[in-house]
Design a protein around this ligand. Sequence first.
Ligand code: ATP
Ligand code: MG
Length: 463
Amino acid sequence: MFKPSLVPHTLLLAGGIVLTVAVLVASETGNIRLRESYTDVIRSQRVQTELAALNSELVNAEAGQRGFLITGKESYLEPYYKALPRINELMAQIRADYAQDRDGLRMFGDTSRLISSKLNEMALTLVYGKRDLEVALDLVRTDYGKQTMDNARRDLENLLAREAGSVSHRLEGADRNVQLSRYGIALLTAINIMLLVAIGLGHARRLSQAEAERSQLEEEGVRLDRKVRARTRQLSALAGHLQRVTEDEKTRLARELHDELGAILTAIKLDLHWVRRRVQDTQPEAAEKLSRVMLHVDQGIQIKRRLIEDLRPTVLLNLGLRAALCQLVEDVGTRNNWETEVRVPEDLPPLRDDAAIALYRIVQESLTNASKYSEARHVRVWLDFTTTQLTLTVRDDGKGMPPDFDAGSTSGHHGLLGMEQRVTALGGSMRIDSSPSSGVSIRVEVPLTASVLAPAEVPESET
Ligand SMILES: Nc1ncnc2c1ncn2[C@@H]1O[C@H](COP(=O)(O)OP(=O)(O)OP(=O)(O)O)[C@@H](O)[C@H]1O
Ligand SMILES: [Mg+2]
């Protein structure tokens, strides 16, 4: 499923993500605990303030009670009356603050009972005191009030100490959480840096691998291109060589046919002529037979001439390319009932034999194709030249190449390919234009170089 090289990276990434999430969760939990700790600390400090205030209000109330009992003046009761609502209010606040703290609530419950009983004792002494101070003082002297007050204050001191302890405990915990959070963030940063480095290194490695593969492919492409070019050159050279060999062979065959077969046929014809003269009077029937044989020999000589002409157009060799092309176009045009047009300059530069034969064969194959496929009515052959180049155009007004014609496919079709090879061997180029409305046009351009021009015509710079 995964590419092998990607597996470690994917694992690394997945591991990194899991670790990051874990550290984030731990850090968030720590933060929540930290917030809780701070809330507790604030509550604890508030409770401490309230406990201290309660303590001092109790002292105020007791001081008011004592002042009144000692002096008998009601004005000394002012702090007592002020302290009472404040004490109730503070006790309610402290109870509310201990709502979430069961132990605290229980402990404060005990303290509250002591405070209530102290307040009752004070209220009682004051009720008695207003009637008879001595009775009230006797009540005070029982020490019950002092003990209750001492116990209440001790409880308040304990509660204060408990809150102070809880504050420092909470602060220590908060400190630990902050520390843990810092470690978590440091760990997260380290993991992220490691991941980034690992991913960066992997990416760089993949990039350099891709670069190496690309340059390897490029080299391979260049090597293949060079090989294909070399092979194409070799094949072109081979095709050129084969065409030359074929032309040489045709020339040799034409010469053999002309010299050997021609001589024999001519000798036979002469001898037959001689024999017929001798037997003409004595054996007229035999003379008649001989005349028929001589007719057959004449046909044989005609066939031999045509064969020789096809193999090696004598008019091309004897009268040159212009005359040969004119004759060829006229012959083929007459056979196909075409209107023909030949335009070849009279001052055509003399060409090498193989160049002239190549151009002749190209026209020959183009005309053969036109007669086989084009259904044309008008065919024209133009040959033109400049100082550097020769241009040959064969054009018909037929139906054009088949729409599905594939110039690359050569199976069973060698005419156009042979033409192209001949042009390549001359160092030139060939272009085929075709459309159903304007037929087929074949345009060949050949540079006038040493391999094309007859030796006397080659400019000095080219020899
Ligand atoms: N003048 C033309 N008009 C219409 N179609 C043409 C013309 N010349 C060539 N073609 C088409 O191009 C094809 C290839 O021609 P090419 O000369 O290469 O092969 P061929 O004539 O079929 O066979 P070969 O020349 O080897 O005997 C032909 O089969 C024909 O369909
Ligand atoms: Mg052909």
